[in-house]
Design a protein around this ligand. Sequence first.
Ligand SMILES: Cc1cc2nc3c(=O)[nH]c(=O)nc-3n(C[C@H](O)[C@H](O)[C@H](O)COP(=O)(O)OP(=O)(O)OC[C@H]3O[C@@H](n4cnc5c(N)ncnc54)[C@H](O)[C@@H]3O)c2cc1C
Length: 288
Amino acid sequence: MKDVSMKRYTSMKVGGPARFLIYPLDEQDLVILLERLRDEGITARFLGNGTNIIVSDRGLNEALIRITRMRHTRYRKADKGIYAEVSGGASLTGFIRENGRRGFSGLEKLFWIPGTIGGAVKMNAGSFGAAISDPLEEVRIIDNKGHVASITKKNGGFSYRRSSIKATECVLSTAFLLKEKEKKEVLGDMEYVYSERKRRHPMEYPSSGSIFKAVGGEPAWRFIEKAGLKGIRVGNAAISEKHANFIINLGSASAADIKMLIEKIKKEVYETCGVSLEEEVEFWGFDA
Ligand SMILES: Cc1cc2nc3c(=O)[nH]c(=O)nc-3n(C[C@H](O)[C@H](O)[C@H](O)COP(=O)(O)OP(=O)(O)OC[C@H]3O[C@@H](n4cnc5c(N)ncnc54)[C@H](O)[C@@H]3O)c2cc1C
């Protein structure tokens, strides 16, 4: 697809057109695609569900590759539990739901994070004190030159919302070590996580989840509240009344509104609390 509006492919529902959006059907297809883009001098980026990115209103003169059609999930019994392998383009919540149906435990605390497996591993997504890297065994990646490699929990550079996976690398698949448990218990934990998310997060509006990272273990919303910023707006972008670390799109916000609001939060939190907030979301297509 050509000149695709990123409003349709990001959870914040802002952003101008991307030059190309391409869905490879399998690994071989992806290798050929990467080679072709290289030959034509076109930069490739990997897009998951677009739930942690804000794309500029100008858009992206790049090719976005989405591997959401390259899907597989395999389970096998191993010595220490259940070895589950899942493709990078699969839905994280869909995978956790399937684990729950089978009574396999390990990722319940991440239930309802709206990203793909690949996006979640790259960002080392987490919630309720757990991270996707906790039960991780192996990640298969391919770089933009077509080289396939394998990384593990130990050498993958996983820390709070960080991994060593580069923008030029694509997560093809990930293996987790899960534990067998009472199905009722696993499903109950998932239900709890879902209800807490619904209670705490403004799920009824487009957003990118938490905008800022925690600072030394302190959640960013505390500083934003302390600076008296809850509810303030720039254009149609607002700080949620329900959760101060969420910026919500009230309808027709632009990426520029969101960026301006983020800059305002950083400035005022620094002036009030002496704390420098660091973004958890990524900005695509903005000038450095
Ligand atoms: C309502 C809401 C709630 C959220 N709650 C949480 C939460 O509790 N905890 C949390 O950590 N996050 C949360 N998020 C943020 C977001 O969902 C996660 O960071 C998620 O893991 C991003 O996945 P994605 O597929 O949407 O990635 P994208 O936003 O598409 O991309 C994010 C990054 O991952 C890269 N990427 C995507 N796919 C691949 C791939 N296959 N291989 C390599 N790189 C790839 C992209 O290039 C980009 O660098 C929330 C977001 C929303 C909207």
